[in-house]
Ligand binder design. Structure first.
Ligand code: GH3
Ligand code: MG
Ligand code: MG
Length: 352
């Protein structure tokens, strides 16, 4: 073999290795895409994005800034961040219309903090990123608009990111940006914007799904129906806006009182429902009493006036013998709620 042949063979071998590496990377990206598109649930998606970055880049720390709420134009560090030791009392927030967000929106790069400081001079928002102290900042976009920022820190191998790793991260980021956009649209379509609770249709679907799951896994399932007492009085005495404030406050208290796995929905008007998976009647009654109590002790403010608000609650537990349809479970909780009203309101009742 001549020297020329040998050089050619080495080059071909190196090219082959590069192609194999590229094919491997692409296969990995398809898997990542499948993973990120398999859920529309925000918290699951966030974990999936962060763990993907950490796994592929051998990172110890990862976090993500996302829009604070459905109708909020402010990016905050999501509480599911990993590895960073940050203050729980500080809200790491960057305004959506700030120069930093506008800059990142128009630049599809990964930045180290020194690079970002050099490239981007205006705005005080860098201090927020500085407080997190990431190795790399990766902007996320959906439909051309910023919808998040990934912050990555500290690698297991201590090495800086090379160009091909940065390119790979940008590919992950573009998949993550689309997945976040989809989850955001799903959230928007299934949320009642006034109370920020789930809409009626979502409740009905969730109850059917949970009933099937309970049957299959022989797990308990309970339901709470909640209605605000004498709600019409708030409207009639202080106006509809006051009624809306009362409704929003009650909704927020119910959501804060319930667990993450509970589906809290606006059933209609000033009536709300909570689907409680893996919950027996006994535990559902404890939860219902907690909801009732938390609303009773809260003071809802309307134009400087403290309003006292109470609710009546009805609870039922799914019984595979009795309940052929989900409407049977709802009907029993509804009748229990009616009992609470009849017996003087501001109380919890149940029907077996
Ligand atoms: P009860 O203790 O028996 O439940 O009495 P109530 O006054 O709460 O019940 P009623 O059904 O008579 O009145 C419910 C009122 O809620 C009537 C309706 O106009 C009002 N309402 C429904 N949705 C909204 C809303 O989104 N905002 C406001 N401000 N009022 C609403
Ligand atoms: Mg009412
Ligand atoms: Mg009502």
């Amino acid at each position: 073999m001549t020297q020329e042949d040998q050089t050619w063979e080495i080059q071909t071998f190196q090219e082959l290795e590069q192609y194999e590496r590229k094919i491997f990377d692409l296969k990995q990206l398809i898997e990542i895409s499948k993973g990120l598109n398999s859920t529309l649930e925000y918290n699951v998606l966030i974990d999936s994005i962060l763990l993907t970055c950490m796994g592929h880049m051998q990172l110890i720390k990862a976090g993500i800034f996302l829009l604070k709420g459905l109708d909020d134009n402010c990016f905050v560090l999501h509480r599911n961040y990993k590895g960073f030791e940050l203050s729980h009392s500080v809200e790491y927030a960057i305004a959506g219309d700030s120069p930093l967000i506008r800059y990142l929106e128009t630049h599809t790069f990964c930045f180290t903090m020194p690079e970002l400081r050099k490239e981007f001079s205006g705005g005080s928002e860098l201090a927020i990123l500085d407080a997190v102290d990431p190795l790399l900042v990766v902007p996320l976009k959906g439909k051309g608009r910023m919808n998040g920022i990934i912050v990555l820190g500290e690698r297991i191998n201590q090495l800086p990111f090379n160009e091909s790793e940065k390119e790979y991260l940008l590919n992950i980021a573009s998949l993550a940006g689309i997945a976040i956009q989809n989850a955001y649209l799903y959230e928007l379509a299934t949320t009642d914007m006034m109370t920020k609770l789930k809409i009626h249709h979502f409740f009905q679907t969730a109850l059917i799904e949970e009933k099937e799951r309970a049957l299959k896994n022989r797990l308990p399932l309970s339901l709470m129906m909640i209605d605000i007492d004498h709600f019409k009085n708030f409207n009639d005495t202080y106006g509809h806006q006051c009624g809306d404030i009362v409704l929003k406050n009650v909704a927020a208290i119910i959501k804060d009182t319930c667990r993450q796995i509970d589906v809290v929905a606006r059933y209609g008007g000033e009536e709300m429902s909570v689907v409680m998976p893996r919950t027996t009647m006994e535990d559902a009654l404890i939860a219902a009493e907690r909801v009732r109590r938390n609303i009773e002790i809260a003071r809802v403010k309307n134009r400087g006036i403290d309003l006292s608000v109470t609710v009546s609650v009805g609870v039922s537990q799914f019984d595979p013998e009795k309940d052929k349809e989900t409407r049977d479970i709802i009907e029993r909780a509804d009748r229990a709620l009616y009992l609470s009203k009849q017996n003087g309101r501001n109380r919890v009742s149940f029907l077996e």
